[in-house]
Ligand binder design. Structure first.
Ligand code: ZN
Length: 356
């Protein structure tokens, strides 16, 4: 008998467009925790949607304890458009005039972008809310009821624009899970956000006593970064091993750091125009006094300024700009806490972790 149950629900948008959301439940070979993985809430974020079908096949052949629910493509209409959300009440044809550029990252053809205010078209603001509006709200309600409300661990897969993936996490308790992923930076978010921010899946999914939830952000939007798919699958395997759902050991190649909310540390601000050269990679450990970058004059090639770390920390927030200008923040070195060392066996969670 197949251990995979595939099921779906149909939804109709306000403009009449019909869509279907598909979920998979993979039953383990022994009792254990419930893990839910959701991806594709935001339509320009394609890593989770692409790696999860392969991961479902892998799990269907592997022994593991517990149950895994997966929804690879939570927001099919937005994914098809390669846009963050599906604006069902707006003129959808405007997407034809849209092109993405990192230099106008928040530009929105409907003037509903992140710089313009709060839109309830954004599925990841509508979780665990019986009054959530629109097709995005209906999908979120259905997924919450079917695969999220009873989950012990929720992994929500997104993408941002950076050199490497990171994790967003609102609550300290989730770091017990996040440390296994091997994703190098766990960036802590406001634990008490206003209602809009509190509508995100991982905030809602962390509220129960035996519920833990993290958001993995892969590092490319509006494109494919297939080189990260294996990292994504391994991060979930590691969580399952750490949570005693899967046999194996977790030994990480790179350390995992927690960047506290409102973390203190060096915030650089450039004072010249020129080419910038960084001497560390994103999330590398930096020591107080280390030279982090230098800026070179484009005409004379002289070094105009250097960034020296004022504290121990990790390299974060590296700018995408090739030419730095006065006032621009090229990077920062926040003080960070080590969540998991590299090269050592990580201790697993206690067997009764989810039954406390
Ligand atoms: Zn997202």
């Amino acid at each position: 008998m197949s251990r995979v149950r595939k099921f779906h629900q149909k939804f109709i948008a306000a403009n009449g467009r019909e869509t279907q959301v598909t979920c998979f439940t993979i039953s383990g070979t022994a009792p254990g925790p419930v893990l839910t993985i959701i991806a594709g809430q935001h339509g320009m974020e394609h890593s989770g949607p692409n790696l999860l079908p392969e991961f479902i096949e892998e799990l269907s052949r592997r022994e593991f304890a517990g149950t895994v629910h997966v929804c690879p493509c939570a927001n099919p209409l937005a994914l098809e458009m390669d846009y963050e959300f599906y604006p069902e009440h707006e003129d959808i044809s405007k997407i034809k005039d849209y092109y993405y550029s990192i230099f106008r990252h928040n530009y929105c053809p409907w003037k509903l972008g992140r710089d313009d205010g709060e839109t309830l078209y954004n599925m990841n603001r509508l979780w665990n809310d019986p009054d959530a509006p629109g097709i995005a709200g209906q999908i979120a309600q259905w997924l919450w009821k079917e695969i999220c409300a009873e989950a012990n661990i929720i992994i929500d897969m997104h993408c941002l624009q950076a050199e490497k993936p990171l994790i967003f996490n609102s609550f300290q308790k989730n770091n017990a899970i996040a440390r296994y992923t091997g994703i190098e930076a766990v960036v802590m978010c406001n634990p008490n956000p206003p209602r809009y921010g509190a509508g995100n899946l991982t905030w809602q999914g962390s509220r129960g006593r035996n519920q833990y939830s993290i958001c993995i952000e892969f590092s490319r939007q509006h494109g494919l970064k297939e080189s990260e798919y294996e990292l994504g699958k391994q991060s979930v395997r590691n969580v399952m091993i750490g949570a005693n759902m899967m046999e194996g050991e977790v030994i990480l190649d790179r350390p995992v750091w927690e960047v506290p909310y409102d973390s203190k540390g060096t915030r650089f601000r450039a004072s010249h125009t020129g080419h910038i050269r960084y001497f560390f990679n994103l999330y590398d450990e930096v020591k107080k006094g280390d030279r982090v970058f230098q800026v070179r004059d484009i005409e004379t090639l002289d070094v105009l300024e250097e960034g020296i770390a004022e504290n121990d920390g990790i390299l974060c927030a590296v700018s995408h700009l090739p030419v730095i200008k006065p006032g621009v923040m090229p990077c920062s070195v926040p003080k960070a806490n080590l969540l998991a060392k590299s090269g050592v066996l990580l201790e697993k969670l206690p067997k009764d972790f989810f039954n406390q």
